[in-house]
Design a protein around this ligand. Structure first.
Ligand SMILES: Nc1ncnc2c1ncn2[C@@H]1O[C@H](COP(=O)(O)OP(=O)(O)OP(=O)(O)O)[C@@H](O)[C@H]1O
Length: 229
């Protein structure tokens, strides 16, 4: 379970998140919606320890707000797929996928190549030769080889062709179902968010203003709240 109590966040002296209380049960797929600048990415960054924040954040019962980012990620089984993709530009596709993983995980490399055949074809090429969508596949493939308990995903569809987005989302859905991974997702395309999420919260001007789950996770219900209507 991920639990945020009275979380605020700041860039310099400017507060951009206010009093966020949010409990995400293990295995839940939560999408965070809201207009540009509402604070969606900052909420993810607060969980990861990448922005100045106050309040308490617990993951699996343990306070993580007191830990630096690398400890949260390593100890908490947290993986991040974000706009910048976080790949190591000098390395090949294969090296980016496998760097630091153990031999048991390496045996699952075929699962990544089954999900994204183009990566098998281009395994020895530098990641910088890949398109944005292919790089996003590498980023997601990396998480498939690691024991991920919390998957944090920021804008996976940004700038990608619909067919690639569909492939990415199918993989995310499969991964999270198979391993009961908890997912925190920021996705501007609300239809996509509603397809994968079992809960959607809406941020407005740094505050959590709506919380939808079950049958309320429906594009027509959520779109007005999320776009400020
Ligand atoms: N590095 C930064 N330095 C200063 N202010 C920032 C920084 N990053 C974001 N902000 C500000 O914090 C607020 C929340 O930004 P955030 O990126 O979290 O919003 P968002 O909902 O993810 O927006 P978008 O949908 O446009 O990506 C905005 O007012 C933004 O201008």
């Amino acid at each position: 379970m991920l639990d945020l109590q009275s979380v605020g966040a700041w860039y310099g002296s400017t507060q951009v998140l206010f009093d966020i209380d949010l409990t995400v049960p293990a295995g839940q797929k939560l999408a965070i919606a809201g207009t540009n600048g509402a604070g969606k990415t900052t909420l993810l960054r607060s969980v990861l320890g990448l922005v100045k924040s106050r309040g308490e954040i617990r993951w699996e019962g343990r306070r993580i707000d007191v830990l630096p980012c690398h400890r949260r990620v390593r100890d908490g089984g947290i993986a991040v797929v974000h706009e910048g993709r976080g790949l190591i530009t000098g390395l090949s596709v294969l090296d980016n996928l496998t760097l630091g993983v153990d031999s048991a995980a390496l045996r699952r490399l075929d699962e990544v190549f089954d999900a994204f055949p183009v990566l098998a074809e281009r395994r020895n090429q530098p990641v910088t030769n890949l398109s944005g969508g292919e790089q996003q596949m590498v980023a997601l493939g990396r998480t498939m080889l690691r024991p991920v308990r919390l998957l944090v995903i920021d804008e996976p569809s940004l700038g990608l062709a619909p067919s690639i987005v569909a492939q990415l989302y199918a993989t995310i859905a499969r991964m999270s179902a198979a391993a009961e991974t908890t997912v925190l997702l920021v996705e501007q395309e609300l239809r996509l968010a509603c397809e994968i999420a079992d809960r959607v919260v809406v941020l407005r001007a740094g505050r959590l203003v709506q919380d939808y789950s079950g049958s309320e996770v429906n594009f027509d219900i959520i779109v007005d709240a999320a776009t400020g209507g």
